[in-house]
Write a protein that binds this ligand. Structure first.
Ligand code: TMP
Length: 220
């Protein structure tokens, strides 16, 4: 049986997931696990081009919500088949910064696309490949906005414009509500974490949940 483990990180802008996923990857590597650290949209050469189109391209201003949904899932379909499935089959631990819960939260709740259609596009993109465990890092709208502003200034010029961050406050409130619904409906898979806590506290909470699920490593 495959020993692979698939863990995803979710939350709104500035929730701290990208920092925490790196910390978890380091902890896992330090005790001998083989780890694949990925992000969505992106994670493959094709996916990274799609990411640029979705987020930073000057030509994306007129993008419709429907095109956005399909591009997210085009990137995902590629990532699942090119990287995630082979990695899990090789007993690696796959950590992904966002996965399909982002689509439900952003395109379903945020952009208000029909949820049944959103789910059916996701189903087509991922098939049987679903996360074993998901961390949902929650921060308030105020903290999210403050962290976005701080991050913005440290980015290289070509990454400073981000189409998602141009959305209004109501959009992000709907996204946050969507995440709340997802976390409440799948409590076995989705672990709610208060992302406003100090970094080391969040890290310890994540480790406490991950550790008992780890496959054994070492010599046979
Ligand atoms: P990030 O990598 O900085 O989190 O940026 C990714 C952006 O894309 C973020 O604003 C959330 C958005 N997104 C969606 O809207 N739907 C999706 O399915 C995914 C994976 C991301």
């Amino acid at each position: 049986m495959s020993k692979g483990l698939f863990i995803t990180f979710e939350g709104t802008e500035g929730c701290g997931k990208s920092t925490q996923i790196k910390l978890l990857a380091e902890q896992l590597k330090a005790i001998g696990h083989r780890v694949r650290l990925l992000r969505e949209p992106g994670g493959t050469p094709i996916g990274e081009e799609i990411r640029h189109t979705l987020k930073h391209s000057q030509n994306n201003r007129a993008m419709t919500a429907e095109a956005e949904l399909l591009l997210m899932n085009a990137s995902r379909a590629q990532l699942v088949r090119e990287i995630i499935r082979p990695a899990l089959a090789a007993d690696e631990i796959v950590l992904c910064d966002r996965f399909y819960d982002s689509t439900v939260a952003y395109q379903g709740y945020g952009r208000e696309l029909d949820l049944a259609k959103v789910r059916s596009v996701i189903e087509f993109a991922v098939g049987e490949t679903k996360p074993n465990l998901t961390f949902f890092l929650h921060v308030s709208q105020e903290m999210s906005e403050q962290r976005q502003r701080e991050r913005q200034t440290s980015l290289p010029l070509e990454l400073q414009r981000d189409r998602f961050e141009e959305a209004d406050r109501k959009f992000f409130e709907r996204v946050a509500h969507g995440y709340g619904v997802i976390a409440a409906s799948e409590p076995q898979r989705v672990k709610f974490i208060n992302g406003a806590q100090p970094m080391d506290v969040v890290c310890a909470e994540i480790w406490k949940t991950v550790q008992p699920r780890l496959p054994k490593v070492g010599r046979w």
